[in-house]
Design a protein around this ligand. Structure first.
Ligand SMILES: [Fe+2]
Ligand SMILES: [Fe+2]
Length: 338
């Protein structure tokens, strides 16, 4: 088997599958979110695999496939009293959204009647069928199926059940990567901005920069519990560093409020406003690339061209340095390196 060819084909299968639905926003997800998240979880899973001595190929394939049935998830179901409807294992249940078009994944989903399952479960079934078709050996298929299945952890599980589900280090690793990505670090911050701005605009027609920035330290603190509950030491180590970096980032942003004029143009406040300039379907990969290749060079050029007082020029220069450093860290998180 040509592994890298197959790996690319599986990636194409996932992106093709995500395009079979026409809806954009559901809950805390939007169209571009799922694929960007998938790429980050895969990269982080592979990096944690190197650090923990896990099987990186299994983590790569499982990372690609782990949310393959995620687009079936609609709004979270509530009962008559307004409480979340949960499965026996404590997972929140979603309304199911049917795809507008079909492919091999949706045909398998129908064939095995997976509509009553949660996406880690349906994803594991689809993963197994697809990998068998590609001719992977039975041990590899079972290992990857099990990683996908374990990427959500039942709320109340006995320690015996835990030991079975997370016996393989790869299962712990993908759980950690998938838990960390939406919550901890700049990737969590990026998601938070886009959730916050979307609902703020829906509610009141506008995004309030100042109050958003003032609320960020509390947002970061609220993620400490995620760090404690990670399963591998390597992930805890990454997550603690991410929390530390996020704390320093949000305190820089709060300090920037002292000089709104300069910092909305040259600083991190300007980056926030750039991020929320797209609220319908923000694309992490696109916005990151835009910061790197357009925004930062444009700001540097503008400092050189504009007549600024000496003190404004100094402030603008250190503001751009903060943006450069933020952008580098964001990119490293994207690559799974931090
Ligand atoms: Fe998932
Ligand atoms: Fe995920």
């Amino acid at each position: 088997m040509d592994y890298s060819k197959v790996s690319k084909e599986l990636e194409d299968l996932v992106t093709e599958t995500y395009k079979l639905w026409d809806h954009n926003r559901v809950g805390f997800q939007w169209r571009h979110y799922t694929w960007n998240h998938t790429k980050r979880v895969r990269a982080m899973g592979m990096e944690l695999g190197r650090r923990e001595g896990g099987d990186v190929k299994k983590l790569e394939i499982a990372g690609t496939l782990h949310d393959i049935t995620k687009k079936y998830d609609g709004e979270i179901l509530n009962d008559a009293d307004g409480n979340r409807v949960t499965s026996e294992q404590g997972f929140w249940l979603n309304e199911k959204l049917k795809p507008a078009r079909e492919n091999i994944v949706t045909r398998l989903y129908d064939e095995y009647d997976l509509y009553d399952t949660v996406h880690h479960d349906s994803g594991a079934v689809i993963t197994e069928k697809i990998l068998v078709d590609y001719g992977f050996d039975a041990d590899f298929v079972e290992a990857v199926r099990s990683i996908v299945f374990a990427h959500l952890k039942p709320i109340n599980m006995t320690s015996e059940d835990f030991d079975i589900l997370y016996k393989n280090i790869e299962n712990q690793i993908l759980y950690d990567a998938d838990t960390m990505d939406p919550n901890v670090g700049y990737t969590g911050f990026f998601r938070n901005i886009h959730i916050h701005a979307h609902f703020a605009i829906q509610r009141s027609g506008k995004f309030e920069l100042e109050s958003y920035v003032q609320g960020l330290p509390r947002f970061v603190d609220s993620k400490d519990s995620f760090v404690e509950n990670l399963l591998t030491n390597s992930a805890k180590d990454v997550a603690e560093k991410r929390q530390e970096r996020s704390r320093s980032l949000v305190s820089q942003m709060n300090a920037e409020l002292e000089n709104m004029n300069i910092n909305r143009k040259y600083g991190l406040l300007g980056v926030i406003e750039y991020f929320v300039s797209e609220t319908a379907d923000p694309d992490f990969a696109y916005q990151l690339n835009h910061l790197k290749t357009n925004r930062i060079p444009d700001l540097q050029k503008s400092i050189a061209d504009t007549t600024l007082s000496q003190s404004d020029r100094n402030d603008a220069e250190v503001a751009v340095d903060r943006v450069i450093s933020f952008t580098q860290d964001l990119e490293n998180e994207y690559k799974g390196l931090m």
